[in-house]
Design a binder for this molecule. Structure first.
Ligand SMILES: [Zn+2]
Length: 294
């Protein structure tokens, strides 16, 4: 995960430019939910702003696993517009026991048909996520350690709920890269702050970001990134055009618009500090690629 650096007013301006009138329609629907006291509508309109989030998130990258999908026309079928806080229902996350032992405590969700109805159309509650992360894993879960505040209408005032999952859009939450980095293809939670470290572990576990079976293809993509990066990094020490070209490719692979940026940046830091260890890690990535089943 990486942070996508955009403020709410910038997001609103972008939405207003791309989908004129959407903000007013969203506000009107939110007031309807406020009157009803719950989320209820025949058809939704948040899909209209999905392309804006695909654009903000580095060209159709999943905000959680950093896989990259096709541009708007086709990518919209591969990505969901995810509600960080579920709009109509909050389901329980079956937290792995080892995380509970480490200190991840979960508040019992408030019951069926109760969700954050006033956040169904709040831009600070949206992110674009791949089908595996959103439809397969996130669903209606929103694990927290504090008390659910389902009547909240401003995500900026709800961090007291102490959510376990990191949120990478804007500045409501900590920078995911300050919490999670990678050793090779494996994410790890490295924050010095004990609670933040647990949030990193919970986020990794929730989205199965280190699961070589459930997320085999995600891990294969990261391994390919590392092998390419290592080849380019080694060539940057040469002379001439090839070195310059390799350096430019390395820079490209570190940009937020490239897939698996956090993994790539972690590997480049390792290469700069310990090239011999980086070579071992790249070798491990190659071994993984050769050994993994199709
Ligand atoms: Zn994903």
């Amino acid at each position: 995960m990486i942070r996508y650096d955009i403020a709410l007013d910038e997001l609103e301006a972008l939405v207003d430019e791309r989908v004129p009138g959407w903000l007013e329609r969203a506000k009107s629907r939110t007031e309807g939910f406020r009157t009803k006291g719950k989320y209820e509508e025949k058809s939704s309109i948040w899909g209209e702003v999905k392309p804006v989030f695909m654009e903000v998130q580095g060209g159709a990258k999943c905000c959680f696993c950093e896989r990259q999908f096709e541009a708007e026309k086709l990518g919209r079928y591969e990505l969901d517009l995810e509600h960080y806080r579920p709009k109509g229902n909050v389901k329980k996350w079956e937290c792995p026991p080892e995380l509970v032992r480490e200190g991840v405590s979960l508040t019992e969700p408030p019951g069926s048909d109760k969700g954050y109805h006033l956040l169904a159309y709040h831009l600070s509650n949206y992110a674009a996520a791949c089908k595996a992360c959103n439809s397969g894993l996130k669903k209606d879960c929103f694990p927290i350690a504090g008390e659910y505040d389902l009547g909240g209408d401003d995500p900026g005032k709800l961090m007291g709920e102490r959510p376990w999952l990191l949120f990478p859009i804007g500045h409501l939450d900590v920078d995911p890269e300050a919490v999670i980095d990678f050793h090779g293809i494996f994410p790890r939670s490295t924050s010095d702050d004990p609670t933040t470290r647990l949030r990193g572990l919970a986020t990794i576990a929730f989205f199965s970001l280190d699961d070589v079976i459930a997320r085999k293809n995600l891990m294969k993509e990261r391994a390919l990134v590392l092998l390419l990066l290592h080849a380019f990094l080694v060539r940057t020490d040469d002379q001439g055009d090839a070195a310059a070209e390799s350096a430019a490719l390395v820079e490209k692979m570190l940009e937020p618009t490239s897939p698996h940026t956090n993994c790539a940046r972690s590997f480049v830091r390792l290469f700069r500090s310990d090239p011999a260890q980086a070579a071992v890690v790249a070798g491990d990535a190659g071994t993984f690629l050769r050994s993994v089943s199709p």
